[in-house]
Every structure is written in structure tokens, then in C-alpha cells.
Ligand binder design. Structure first.
Ligand SMILES: Nc1ncnc2c1ncn2[C@@H]1O[C@H](COP(=O)(O)OP(=O)(O)OP(=O)(O)O)[C@@H](O)[C@H]1O
Ligand SMILES: [Mg+2]
Length: 288
């Protein structure tokens, strides 16, 4: 870099800066390439409105596949709204309006021909408060498999249920009582059941909106361990108010403020050397 700059004596400072930025970008791209990162979810100039009220402003973001990304920011900054735009969960709100694009593997999910039921299978969602159906543990998992016609036989169905419960680290605790009501499970178990229900339909992306906020520290630890394991196969996006949780489980962190994406980077960088003062103020607890 230094040698190159010496050879550019006649060029203006501005063009040197441009070149340096380009070089940094290129070396970063090479690094990303070396790590073999493929973008799974991309937001392009995304604006979101509840009626007249704008909740998200021109969000641009690229989330790599098979990684965990944490969304952080103060209450009301638009984390849940943005998360819901990623599988069109906001469609059900009458006054809601979206501008811009969300690309899932380069395909715009807001394009007119998109099958929303299939989209929500591919991009599953786990909510803050676990939401099992008032049915048996078995039936909770079977539901999505049947709706999406994923099993060809009863045996295959049973295998898929077992596999989903194993992946969600719940199988050992429930294998002898699959016909019991899901509502008889503890809060932490119910949350893992909801994760199993999402996994059963073979998603690509899993969205989690504050999945541990109603859980005790032990149940939280289990879910966090699970999130780290899920990264092997899935792209996980989690909203959290817990800074320790974000730094423990995520590879990337996006910081939102008043409907804007302030900064997105590797979690380690966000929590050690954030580029933006607003990010630093938030993670050090100076506001929010
Ligand atoms: N259904 C809705 N109708 C109208 N406005 C809404 C709706 N849901 C959210 N909002 C508004 O949009 C903004 C963003 O809300 P959102 O729920 O996305 O924030 P959040 O970052 O998830 O907050 P929290 O951390 O409290 O969950 C807020 O001003 C909120 O009042
Ligand atoms: Mg929220």
C-alpha cells in the first residue's frame, strides 16, 4: 500500500482514498471468499410503513449463509418489524406497506409469483413467547410436515418427527410421552418444541424474536447451545436485548436505531471496535 501510494504522487488525495477503500474492500471480499461465504438473505433499499408511519428506512444488508446474525437496538427501533419482513409475516397487517427488496438466495420474496406458504416453510420463525398448538407433542411437529406434504408414509412421518426433536435437543426428554399435551411441557421445553416444529419442515433460514426472554438461565443456555449447533446447517437470525447473548452466539451483529441500520459487521468487531459512535454508546449502555 505504501509503495503504491508513493508512486501516485500526482494523483489527488481523494483518488488515493478511493483506491485505499477499494483495496480494503477487495481484501475483505477475498477474505469472505476464502471463508466461502455465500449471501443467503439480502435487503435492498428496504422501507417499511405502518400506514403513514415509516418504521424502517432504506435498509441494506447482506447476511451470509450458515451463520448466526444478531439484531440489537433499543425498544421500538424496528428489529421485529425487519425480522418479519424476511418471511413476509407483516403481510397480515392490513396497513403495512413494503418498498424495496428482500432477496432469499437472490430471489425477491416480494415478487408477485412467490408462494408465501412455501416461503414461510423456507424461512421459519420462532417467537418470543412459545406458541405450541394445544395438541400432543407429536401432533405439533406433524402439522407442518403434513401441510407441506413432506412425508410419503407413516414411517417417514415418524422418522421426521424424531429427527426434528433430536435436532432441537428435546428428544430424550419427550420420547416416552409424545402423545402428552405440548402445553404440559416447561417453558424452555415448549420453546425447543417450537424450534423442532420449525426444523421439521426443512427450512433454510430460522428467525428468532427474543427466543429466551421468557426463560430461566438454564433453559436459556440450552437454547443458546442449540443456536450455535443450528449454524452448521441453517442461517439463523436472532433478535435479542441481551448483549452477552449476542456476543456469545452470533457471528454477525446488526445494530438498529430509530428504524435505521446503523452498523453491521462481525460480532467481535461490533463489540470491540464499532465504527459508529452510536453503536458504541448503545453497547456500552450509554443509552437505549
Ligand atoms: N402492528 C403495528 N402497527 C403499527 N405500528 C407498529 C406495529 N408494530 C410495531 N409498530 C411500530 O413500529 C416501530 C418498530 O416496532 P418493532 O416492534 O419492530 O420494534 P422492536 O425493535 O422489535 O422493539 P422491542 O425491542 O420493544 O421488541 C415502533 O414504533 C412500533 O410502535
Ligand atoms: Mg421486538
Amino acid at each position: 500500500m505504501l509503495v503504491k501510494n508513493r508512486n501516485m504522487e500526482n494523483t489527488s488525495l481523494e483518488s488515493k482514498e478511493v483506491k485505499e477503500v477499494k483495496e480494503v474492500k477487495e481484501s475483505k471480499e477475498n477474505k469472505e471468499e476464502a471463508k466461502n461465504l455465500k449471501v443467503e438473505v439480502e435487503a435492498e433499499n428496504l422501507n417499511f410503513f405502518y400506514g403513514e408511519k415509516q418504521a424502517l428506512y432504506s435498509i441494506n444488508l447482506k447476511i451470509p449463509e450458515k451463520s448466526v446474525t444478531a439484531f440489537i437496538g433499543p425498544s421500538g427501533c424496528g428489529k421485529s418489524t425487519f425480522l418479519r419482513t424476511l418471511n413476509r409475516m407483516n403481510d397480515i397487517i392490513v396497513s403495512a406497506r413494503v418498498e424495496g427488496k428482500i432477496l432469499l438466495n437472490n430471489q425477491n420474496i416480494y415478487a408477485p409469483n412467490v408462494d408465501v406458504v412455501d416461503l414461510r416453510r423456507r424461512v421459519g420463525m420462532v417467537f418470543q413467547k412459545s406458541t405450541p398448538f394445544p395438541k400432543s407433542i407429536f401432533d405439533n411437529i406433524v402439522y407442518g410436515i403434513k401441510i407441506n406434504k413432506l412425508a410419503n408414509s407413516r414411517t417417514e412421518l415418524q422418522q421426521m418427527v424424531e429427527q426434528a426433536l433430536k435436532q432441537a435437543a428435546l428428544w430424550d426428554e419427550v420420547k416416552d410421552r409424545l402423545n402428552d399435551s405440548a402445553l404440559a411441557l416447561s417453558g424452555g421445553q415448549q420453546q425447543r418444541l417450537c424450534i423442532a416444529r420449525t426444523l421439521a419442515v426443512m427450512p433454510e433460514v430460522i428467525l428468532m424474536d427474543e427466543p429466551c426472554s421468557a426463560l430461566d438461565p438454564i433453559a436459556t443456555e440450552k437454547i443458546e447451545e442449540l443456536i450455535v449447533e443450528l449454524r452448521e446447517k441453517y442461517t439463523v437470525i436472532i433478535v435479542t436485548h441481551n448483549m452477552q447473548q449476542a456476543s456469545r452466539v452470533s457471528d454477525y451483529t446488526a445494530f438498529f436505531l430509530l428504524g435505521q441500520l446503523i452498523e453491521f459487521d462481525e460480532t467481535e468487531k461490533i463489540f470491540t471496535y464499532p465504527k459508529e459512535k452510536k453503536t458504541e454508546d448503545y453497547i456500552t449502555g450509554r443509552f437505549g
